[in-house]
Design a protein around this ligand. Structure first.
Ligand SMILES: Cc1cc2nc3c(=O)[nH]c(=O)nc-3n(C[C@H](O)[C@H](O)[C@H](O)COP(=O)(O)OP(=O)(O)OC[C@H]3O[C@@H](n4cnc5c(N)ncnc54)[C@H](O)[C@@H]3O)c2cc1C
Length: 481
């Protein structure tokens, strides 16, 4: 061991969950805090926009967080950062062993926050990993992907295979975009679609491969058809209902026997919680690290936050993996407050996804009809047209919204309970209505309770139609007839 130190609170992981935990501990007056970071802190959500160079014209570099200049993070934070990877954790003796740019460091702690996040998941097809030895990661900046069930270092990815999770991934993809002519994006969730648009903006021919029967897993097929239409209009070619079976230096082979020639491929096929460290030291893990509403794990002095943890789904009470950055931050606030002796709780969570695809704005909050049906929840749906301004207003744009409603009383659910909301709207963000439905779903409200909500109107901002009244009447009509 090259050095040893002790601290009151140790945080493992420098993503949004870890950084906010650090900020809250410091803001509440705790000065004995250390945070282990194995990669540069970045605003992950903005990385596709950095690569696209449209919303962030300076490129990915503009969104790497400089801790010494950060407005929200304490200016002296760099003194508390240990650069490297926690290789071993002993929660009984409260010691962590780090390997990094300063050699080996032993850290004794009183309280621990695990903020180890998630790693990109790649299906275990041949050609994804490079042959022979891979370049060594420098400065302890080791990061991983989950290849099938195996956690492997990113440096093992074949030269034409890309993922997007950290600053280095975005730089690599950005450099690729500046010399490539074509790319296969595997997976059409929000990250796949945002990055497909970014690479299209950079002038590449983009092919999207999706194993499900339609693009955009968060939306149902009827709502996703708008995304598919937009892809076609912009020349993004979609291969739907097929999977990648093989990666070669020339492109990919698909399950239907066809091939796509391309200079590279981005896997945006989901993420898996990074629970290796928690599991190895005996902390309870199910789908993710198990925590209570205070973000405390099965060990009383160990907390966990962010993408690595499972939480309670508000509408159904089931355990879920939300994988949402703003939630990781909220969890950091809860964990750190509890460590500081100020009790805080995380209420049950409603999953959300909000994004846009070539100016087609979409949102999916809570359960889609397809996800509910897979989980055995019987639902009824109401789809309504929406216009973003009154008929007379030339700026008005069209779209649809859809509400997913529990059909019958079931464990954790009441009849008529609103469990999901989706919207697809041309040219106008759908964030306002989405946030309202986020609260409605979290509060387990039923359609019969929806008229307690009012809406604000102004012709230059929205249409005069009352969305809650429309939902109420259409639902009543549907159950009557
Ligand atoms: C392209 C993209 C776009 C996204 N867009 C949005 C969005 O618009 N809105 C939204 O809310 N969310 C978005 N997300 C999700 C969001 O980024 C994640 O939910 C968030 O990053 C989770 O934060 P975290 O701190 O839990 O984990 P992470 O950000 O994964 O950070 C965990 C860190 O811990 C490190 N670590 C793991 N193990 C160790 C170890 N043993 N030693 C040291 N370090 C370790 C990891 O390498 C990583 O650096 C997006 C994600 C991606 C990839």
């Amino acid at each position: 061991m090259d050095r040893s130190l002790s601290t009151k609170a140790l945080i493992i992981g420098g993503g949004p969950g870890g950084r906010i935990s650090y900020m809250v501990l410091r803001t509440m007056g705790e000065n004995k805090v250390k945070i282990v970071m194995n990669e540069e802190p970045t605003v992950i959500c903005s990385l596709p926009y950095g690569v696209g160079r449209k919303l962030v014209p300076q490129g990915p570099e503009a969104i790497v967080v400089d801790l010494s200049k950060g407005g929200r993070l304490p200016k002296d934070m760099p003194k508390d950062v240990i650069h490297g990877v926690v290789k071993e954790l002993d929660v009984a003796s409260k010691k962590a062993y780090v390997e990094g740019s300063d050699g080996q460091v032993e850290i004794s702690f009183e309280k621990l926050i695990l903020a180890t996040g998630a790693v990109p998941w790649i299906p275990p097809v041949s050609g994804v990993l490079r042959e022979g030895s891979s370049p060594a990661a420098s400065d302890g900046k080791v990061t991983w992907v989950m290849y099938g069930n195996e956690l492997v270092e990113k440096s093992r990815l074949a030269p034409n295979v890309y993922v997007i999770r950290g600053a280095d991934d975005a730089r690599r993809l950005d450099e690729f975009a500046s010399r490539a002519k074509s790319v296969v994006v595997v997976g059409s969730g929000a990250i796949g679609l945002e990055t497909a648009e970014a690479l299209h903006d950079r002038g590449l021919q983009v092919y999207v491969v999706e194993v499900l029967p339609h693009l955009s897993v968060a939306l149902d097929a009827d709502m996703a058809s708008w995304i598919e239409k937009r892809a076609l209009e912009r020349g993004v070619k979609a291969y739907i209902g097929v999977s990648v079976t093989d990666v070669t230096p020339e492109g990919v082979a698909l399950s239907d026997g066809s091939t796509i020639e391309a200079d590279g491929m981005l896997f945006a096929t989901g993420v898996r919680p990074n629970v290796a460290l928690a599991k190895a030291c005996g902390i309870k893990v199910e789908r993710g690290i198990v925590v209570d509403s205070h973000m405390r794990t099965s060990h009383p002095d160990v907390y966990a936050v962010g993408d690595a943890v499972q939480v309670v789904d508000a509408p159904t009470g089931r355990p879920i993996l939300p994988l949402i950055g703003t939630l990781a931050m909220r969890q950091g606030l809860v964990a750190a407050s509890n460590i500081m002796g100020m009790p805080a709780e995380l209420p049950p969570v409603t999953i959300w996804g909000v994004s846009s695809f070539f100016d087609l704005h979409w949102a999916s909050i809570g359960w889609s009809e397809e996800a509910a049906s897979k989980a055995g929840i019987s639902v009824k749906t109401i789809v309504l047209p929406v216009r973003t301004r009154d008929e007379a207003m030339p700026l008005g744009k069209d779209g649809y919204w859809k509400v997913v409603i529990s059909k019958e009383k079931a464990p954790g659910l009441k009849e008529g309970q609103i469990i999901g909301f989706q919207a697809v709207i041309e040219g106008d963000p759908v964030i306002n209505l989405s946030e309202r439905f986020l609260d409605i779903i979290a509060a387990k409200e039923s359609v019969s309770e929806i008229l307690r909500h009012y809406f604000a109107h102004c012709p230059s901002q929205n249409a005069v139609d009352d969305p809650y009244l429309a939902l109420f009447f259409n639902y009543q009509k549907s159950i009557a007839g």
